[in-house]
Design a protein around this ligand. Sequence first.
Ligand code: BGC
Length: 407
Amino acid sequence: MRLEFPNGFLWGASTAAHQVEGGTRNNWSEWERSPARLAQLERDGSIAQHGRGNYISGVACDHYHRYREDFALARQLGHNATRISVEWSRVEPDEGKFDAAAIAHYRDVIAAIRTNGMEPFVTLWHWTVPLWFRDKREFERRGNVRYFVRFAERIVSELPDVKFLITLNEPAVYASGHYLRGEKPPQKRDPFLTLAVYENLIRAHRAVYRAIKTARPEAQVGIAKNQIYYEARSGRAWNRFLKRVADWAWNFYFLDHIKDAQDFIGLNHYFHNRIDGWFGKNEDARLSDMGWELYPEAIHHALVGLKKYTVPVYVTENGLADARDAQREWFLRETLANVHRAIRDGGVDVRGYLHWSLMDNFEWQHGFWPRFGLIEVDYATQGRKPRPSARVYKKICEENGLESGQA
Ligand code: BGC
């Protein structure tokens, strides 16, 4: 049957500055090249497997210089929206000193997005920070929140025609990945610090929300929140209890604390977690190149879970690493059928879908090998080539709907 999306639905894809721009100098670029990090990759065999260059963002996709052609390509692929992030370390490379050329650059970027008929979603912080902010210990300290607020106020005033502003990308993934599991800089493993960072990110969001709404009441401000679908198996009370705890801690704690300070929710969604005695009992019928379970139905549950906040939802990330493009078409179709079901049957006010990612990019601690792009990037030549699934997605975007086997 034919699944039509609501009028004005936004279709497109997402990126983040550090992963695509190239030439950044921030906490990540320094960490990637640090002797301790490289020694660790040497020890665990990663360099032998993927090469040293895989782990260094370097010029990445050179999107900093090629954004015009990249957005023109996005337009040709039927997109009417796109999500980017502003790199704080470019805009404020030294504490309190804003770089006029970097600000002008982002103005040009927004102009190029608009010229190509797309609505920009701009993320103010997608995990990377300037070196001076790193040296102040980032969001570990409550007193540091004000630096982020100052940057946010400045950049928002410099980009007056951006309607959709995302304050923070995935605070829970950041706090846990950087401070609990120690996988990313500053590689700490400290539950107390993790909680402190999480609380400070709540404060940061609330303060930035207030500041933006005071300056520009018409702006739409939200976060990009990573939601996991926790599924309690077999109706056992214990499984249901674990689900409640996980939902509270991972999915809803942050949102509950900002519910009076958001105009929309950006849903970033990748994971499904079956609970049967403990977490993570997945059947793993289909996997991405990274071994992540592909379970398109999960997004329906993630969306329905957001209904209680009574604000519009935009899917701001969803996708898979699939170098051969063997599963992306299937995954997109099934996912979109489930988004549609959340709108039609679940009554969720979903207004857009942005796929992760517009193009292959630097997948953080894993480096360049995972291929998330609708567009394939040849890193040797910086050539761009839309994958076959990007053409399928184009048709969906242009027709604002799809044929689906699902009722
Ligand atoms: C992040 C992206 C990342 C993607 C795929 C999200 O958690 O926001 O930066 O590349 O997932 O792992």
